[in-house]
Design a protein around this ligand. Structure first.
Ligand code: ADP
Length: 320
């Protein structure tokens, strides 16, 4: 019978991680179990930096961005010695199972633990939404709305000054955030890593919109393609355009989670613990067509999540 589980957050933080921690702890309590939280991801797991998370410890955190457990990236954990120290810490504390909240990198670490016989369930938390097995990751909706409100402000000034703006958004190697920020802000052009960039085509597109009377334009660029400054220089060289550049940066990772992220995180935290109780391991929680589902944790990095072609076509149709 499971008596004690552990939870950690790892990799890049995302809004909603605290709501997920709270749901893990409260679901464990509901089922008569205790939860330990490890600080700073795998670093704290290897060093035994932990604390008991009781009901009160997760009170008043549901609406807070970031993660109360802190997070970190750890190269040490990628070594055999690192994994062994983590196992010793779990054994010493009599921990029966582990919940890892993070992105695909963190899930590789979680898979290592599962391979060593530790029951593990992953909860996908990243603003990049780049994980297969779930339609949406925790933090993505909040980041999207943060970027939306920032770009709407830029649009005001772009239109007042008849300017061309390039806004670089996050997303690592994927274009989910850029594509949906582009659609929701009515951008003229969206540049994502999944589609090869054709500068000539972009210049023709901008030229065509200008000819039709548009006085200002907005280009949303995913960080995984190139920097906004590089794109500005290319546009200058190829089409003679003088674009203003804004890099939204880490602001996209902060802030209180949206209701969508808070509910998603609560559901996934609860589902992760219930899945462990049912004997599941080496899996991640996902929201698929609105339902909670499990898939092998390896899917997070083995399967490439594709952009929705309908949304890609929408930018072309509406952004002229
Ligand atoms: P994210 O989880 O947001 O994708 P990272 O890719 O930086 O973030 O991964 C977070 C941490 O997960 C890494 O710093 C490392 O400790 C662990 N990790 C990543 N890849 C592996 C791996 N192949 N084996 C073991 N641990 C890994």
């Amino acid at each position: 019978m499971m008596k004690r589980i552990a939870v950690l957050t790892s990799g890049g933080d995302s809004p909603g991680m605290n709501a997920a921690i709270r749901a893990v702890v409260r679901t464990a309590l509901y089922n008569g179990m205790e939860t330990l939280g490890f600080m700073k991801g795998y670093e704290g797991l290897m060093d035994g930096d932990s604390m008991v998370l009781d009901r009160a410890a997760v009170g008043g955190i549901i609406h807070r961005g970031g993660t109360i457990l802190r997070t970190a990236r750890s190269d040490r954990f990628k070594t055999d010695a690192g994994v062994r120290s983590a196992l010793v810490q779990l054994e010493n504390r009599k921990i029966d199972a582990l919940v890892v909240i993070g992105g695909d990198g963190s899930f590789r670490g979680a898979a290592e633990m599962a391979a060593m016989g530790v029951p593990v369930v992953g909860i996908p938390g990243t603003i990049d939404n780049d994980m297969a097995g779930t339609d949406i990751t925790i933090g993505y909706d909040t980041a999207l709305n943060t970027a939306l409100s920032a770009v709407q402000k830029l649009r005001d000034t772009a239109s007042s000054h008849d300017r061309l703006f390039i806004v670089e958004v996050m997303g690592r190697d994927s274009g989910f955030l850029a594509l949906e920020v582009g659609i929701s802000t009515g951008a003229e052009y969206v540049v994502v890593p999944e589609i090869p960039l054709d500068i000539k085509k972009m210049c023709d597109h901008l030229h065509y919109s200008r000819k039709r009377g548009k006085t200002h334009s907005l280009i949303i660029l995913a960080e995984g393609v190139m920097s906004a400054t590089e794109l500005r220089n290319s546009l200058q060289d190829t089409g003679g355009y003088d674009a203003r550049v804004t890099v939204l940066g880490y602001i996209q990772r902060g802030g209180s989670p949206s209701s969508l992220d808070t509910i998603l995180a609560s559901r996934m935290g609860c589902f992760a613990v219930e899945s462990l109780l049912q004997g599941k391991s080496g899996v991640m929680t996902g929201s698929v067509c609105g339902r909670m589902e499990l898939c092998p944790i390896e899917d997070a990095w083995r399967i490439k999540k594709e952009l929705n072609p309908e949304l890609l076509a929408l930018v072309d149709k509406l952004g002229v």
